[in-house]
Design a protein around this ligand. Structure first.
Ligand SMILES: *Cc1c(COP(=O)(O)O)cnc(C)c1O
Length: 395
């Protein structure tokens, strides 16, 4: 290999994919891999879905970008669809998860200023991941990704994940709180679902203190957990929700979604984006949402999620080193008792793709349209990887 001209930020596995079909990916050598990763929970309808591919090809041949200086009617269509499915009031479109969270943080600050707070504060969770810009990194809990990039914004107060008592205490002791922000299912934090009762208790606290409830559904939203949005398991509504990853079926996009209380906070000129909401990304989102609806992929995510969870629990029941299998829907974490990174290379050998997060958690987030026989194959291959890894580690 000649000298790389890329910054040494990623450590990519030694494989390059050139073609995808559903949950299968082909590399430059013609090897075919089972994709349990979907590009970090992005490729919701799998690779090269014929409807998405055709819609994008048509859109590219008509119009890619014009700017928000002009009306973009497709934005209305996507926003209406998101609001119909979420019960929320309105959307702002951007290009990524961190951008959506950045917008949510700005909105929460303004909400605080409107209440007369000079220094609005936002409560966030341990192990949270909200992005890698300075503001979203300030909200992120993982010390490894924060190291060397301070100083951070003083806005954020961190509490143990899902600790309602700690939030209650802050309400009594700390002035200027304007919002609570967290992921209903922590992704990068190790596939940790906040239970429904806790979701409702935090909603109630936000109501009582007139705080915004901001839910980061960048990873868990758009059907992955077996509901359109993960908060729907608990029957609550947030004031603000952020979306990205799966929304465009692979095309970069982000969205800030507001309910009534947050809808009117931003006024003209308060925020913006050059690329956000461009016709190509909007076509991708609209088509992805329509495919999920038409092919009943939410139901499939629920069924296949349950099937995979049961299958993994069974196959790992007596495997030493496997501590837990957890998650919600098609967001599954296999928790090992040791750093799991070596599993990635073993996975390539067994032609199966997944990721390792929070050091020791194997993350399985396949496309929402994974079929039963593919789920069976995923269980078989991932089990082979973990067993090989554990057997090697014994010596
Ligand atoms: C991936 C992720 C982000 C950041 O999204 P980017 O598009 O990488 O900026 C934010 N929040 C959560 C929960 C995520 O999983």
């Amino acid at each position: 290999m000649t000298k790389s001209h890329l910054l040494p930020i990623f450590s990519p596995l030694p494989v390059c994919f050139v073609k995808g079909e559903g949950v299968w990916l082909t590399d430059t050598q013609g090897n075919v891999y089972l994709d349990g990763f979907a590009g970090i929970a992005v490729n919701a309808v799998g690779h090269n879905h014929p409807r998405l591919t055709a819609a994008l090809q048509k859109q590219v041949s008509e119009l890619i970008h014009v700017s928000n200086y002009f009306r973009i009617d497709l934005q209305e269509e996507v926003a209406a669809k998101i609001c119909e499915k979420s019960g929320m009031r309105g959307c702002f479109f951007c290009n990524s998860g961190l951008e959506a969270n950045e917008a949510a943080i700005k909105l929460a600050r303004k909400y605080g200023h409107l209440k007369g707070f000079v220094e609005p504060r936002i409560i966030v969770f341990d192990h949270a991941f909200h992005g890698r810009s300075i503001a979203t990194l300030s909200a992120t809990g993982n010390p490894n990704v924060r190291r060397d990039f301070g100083p951070y914004l003083p806005d954020f107060i961190r509490v143990p994940t899902g600790d309602v008592k700690a939030i209650e205490k802050l309400a009594e002791t700390t002035p200027g709180i304007c919002a609570v922000m967290f992921e209903p299912v922590q992704g990068e934090g190790g596939i940790l679902a906040i239970d429904d009762e806790t979701m409702r208790a935090i909603r109630e606290l936000c109501d009582r203190h007139d705080w915004l409830l901001i839910l980061d559904e960048v990873q868990c939203g758009i059907g992955r957990t077996g509901k359109w949005f993960a908060y729907q398991h608990s029957g609550i509504l947030p004031d603000v929700m952020t979306l990205a990853k799966a929304l465009g079926g692979g095309v970069p996009i982000g969205a800030l979604v507001c309910n009534e209380k947050a809808y009117g906070v931003f006024t003209p000129g308060n925020h913006g984006s050059t690329f956000g909401g461009n016709p190509l990304a909007m076509r991708a989102a609209l088509t992805t949402l329509q495919i999920i609806e038409d092919e009943q992929l939410i139901t499939n995510a629920e069924r296949m999620g349950g099937y995979l969870m049961k299958g993994f629990r069974e196959i790992f029941k007596d495997v030493p080193g496997v501590v837990d299998v957890r998650g919600r829907g098609l967001m599954i974490g296999i928790v090992l008792d040791r750093p799991a990174h070596p599993c990635l290379a073993i996975g390539l050998k067994h032609r199966v793709l997944f990721s390792v997060t929070a050091g020791s958690v194997i993350r399985i987030v396949p496309a929402l349209n994974i079929a039963r026989r593919e789920a069976d194959e995923l269980i078989r291959r991932v089990a082979a990887v973990v067993k090989e890894f554990m057997a090697a580690a014994e010596h």
